[in-house]
Design a protein around this ligand. Structure first.
Ligand SMILES: Cc1cc2nc3c(=O)[nH]c(=O)nc-3n(C[C@H](O)[C@H](O)[C@H](O)COP(=O)(O)OP(=O)(O)OC[C@H]3O[C@@H](n4cnc5c(N)ncnc54)[C@H](O)[C@@H]3O)c2cc1C
Ligand code: SF4
Length: 318
C-alpha cells in the first residue's frame, strides 16, 4: 500500500517515512493503551503547550482512529474514566481529555449537521486572501509557523493549539479565505474529515460564522505564542517588538486585524478591554503599527484568492 501511495502521490505534501498510524482495530487499541499508560497523566497540565521539538507531547493521536471507526469515542472516554477511577490519572487529565471528546468533538459534529450545507459558504469577515505559499513547504523565517508546518508534513499531525493558534491564528490575522484554509487543513492531516474540520477552521479559527460557534475570535499576538511555546527563542524575529525590521509579524498583524474588523467586533464585551488598549495608544504609534502590518501583507506570497464558496477541486474530500 505504501508503495502504491508513493508511486501515485509521491509529489504530494507529506512523507510516508516513519508511517505509524493505526490501520487496524488491534493497532488502534494498542495506541489507546499506550496513551493511557504513558501520556494521559500529563495531558491536563500540558494540553495547551507547544514545543519546538516535540510534535506529540502528551496528546493521544487518537482522532484519526475514532474518525474512521477503529475506536468508538465512548470506549475511549470510558477507558480514560477507568484509569482515573483506578488512580492512574489525575482529575484534570481525565476531565480535560473527556471534555475534548464529549464536549468539542460532539459539539462541532452537531454544528456541522445542523448548519450544512450553508455553513460552508459563510465568510462574515469577508476574508479573501489566498493561502500563504509557505504553508506547502514551511520555508519561512517565522519559526512557529515553520515548525508547525514541518511537523504537519512529517507526521500528518499537529496538535490542537498548533492548528488553532499558529497556522490558524496567522491565517485569521492575514485574512485568508475560509475556503483556501479549509482545503489546506483537509489535505494535510491524517484525521481530517469535513464534518470536524469545517466547524473548527471556518467557525472556531476564522470566526467566519460571525460567532455562532465561539463567542470571540481566537486572535492573538506573538505574546501568546511566546507564553505557550519555546519557539520565540529560536526565531529570527523579536517577539517583544511590534514595529521595525526585527518585530514579530504576529504583533502588528494582530492590531491590524482588530482595526480592520472594529465595526463588527467593538461591541463584543469580551473584546472591549483590548479595543480600549488600542485606542489609548498615540495616533502616531497606531499608524506605525498599521503601516508595519500592511508592508508585511504586501510582501506575503500567497496563492491566488478563491471566489466566494469555491474550493480547489484537487483537495476536496467529502
Ligand atoms: C483548524 C482546525 C482544524 C481541525 N481539523 C480537525 C479534523 O479534521 N479532524 C479532527 O478529528 N479534528 C480536527 N481538529 C480538532 C483537533 O485539533 C484534533 O482533533 C486533535 O488535534 C487531534 O489530535 P489528538 O487525537 O492527539 O487529540 P487530543 O489532544 O489527544 O484530544 C483528544 C480528542 O479530542 C477530540 N478533540 C479535541 N479537540 C477537538 C476539537 N476542537 N474538535 C473536535 N474534536 C476535538 C479529538 O477526537 C481528539 O482525538 C481541528 C482543529 C482545528 C483548530
Ligand atoms: S517571534 Fe513571532 S514569528 Fe517568531 S516564533 Fe515567536 S511568535 Fe512566531
Amino acid at each position: 500500500m505504501a508503495e502504491l501511495v508513493t508511486t501515485h502521490f509521491g509529489e504530494h505534501f507529506g512523507t510516508l517515512d516513519g508511517f505509524n498510524w493505526a490501520v487496524t482495530r488491534r493497532q488502534a487499541l494498542g495506541d489507546l493503551r499506550h496513551f493511557i499508560a504513558h501520556a494521559l497523566v500529563d495531558f491536563g497540565t500540558y494540553q495547551d503547550a507547544i514545543s519546538d521539538r516535540e510534535p506529540l507531547l502528551y496528546h493521544s493521536r487518537l482522532a484519526a482512529a475514532m474518525n474512521i471507526g477503529l475506536l468508538s469515542p465512548q470506549e475511549v472516554c470510558e477507558a480514560v474514566e477507568t484509569a482515573w477511577q483506578a488512580g492512574r490519572a489525575p482529575i484534570n487529565a481525565a476531565e480535560g481529555f473527556i471534555r475534548q471528546i464529549l464536549g468539542w468533538r460532539e459539539y462541532v459534529r452537531g454544528i456541522y449537521w445542523q448548519r450544512m450545507p450553508g455553513y460552508k459558504q459563510e465568510n462574515r469577515l469577508n476574508a479573501r486572501r489566498g493561502l500563504p505559499a509557505f504553508y506547502w513547504h514551511g520555508d519561512t523565517d517565522l519559526r512557529c509557523l515553520q515548525r508547525a508546518i514541518e511537523m504537519t508534513r512529517d507526521n500528518a499531525y499537529a496538535h490542537h493549539i498548533q492548528r488553532l493558534m499558529v497556522t490558524g491564528n496567522f491565517a485569521l490575522l492575514c485574512g485568508v479565505s475560509p475556503a483556501a484554509l479549509c482545503d489546506w487543513y483537509l489535505a494535510v492531516y491524517a484525521d481530517a474529515f469535513e464534518w470536524v474540520e469545517l466547524p473548527n477552521t471556518l467557525g472556531m479559527t476564522l470566526y467566519a460564522d460571525g460567532g455562532y460557534l465561539g463567542s470571540k475570535p481566537y486572535c492573538a499576538s506573538g505574546k501568546y505564542i511566546d507564553r505557550m511555546s519555546d519557539h520565540c527563542r529560536h526565531c529570527r524575529y523579536d517577539v517583544k517588538q511590534v514595529t521595525g525590521d526585527d518585530a514579530c509579524p504576529f504583533n502588528s498583524l494582530y492590531w491590524h486585524f482588530l482595526e480592520r474588523h472594529r465595526e463588527r467586533l467593538k461591541g463584543n464585551q469580551r473584546m472591549k478591554l483590548i479595543y480600549g488598549s488600542w485606542d489609548k495608544m498615540a495616533q502616531s504609534r497606531r499608524e506605525a503599527i498599521l503601516t508595519q502590518a500592511n508592508a508585511f501583507l504586501d510582501r506575503l506570497d500567497t496563492e491566488p484568492p478563491y471566489g466566494r464558496g469555491e474550493h480547489a477541486e484537487g483537495y476536496r474530500r467529502h
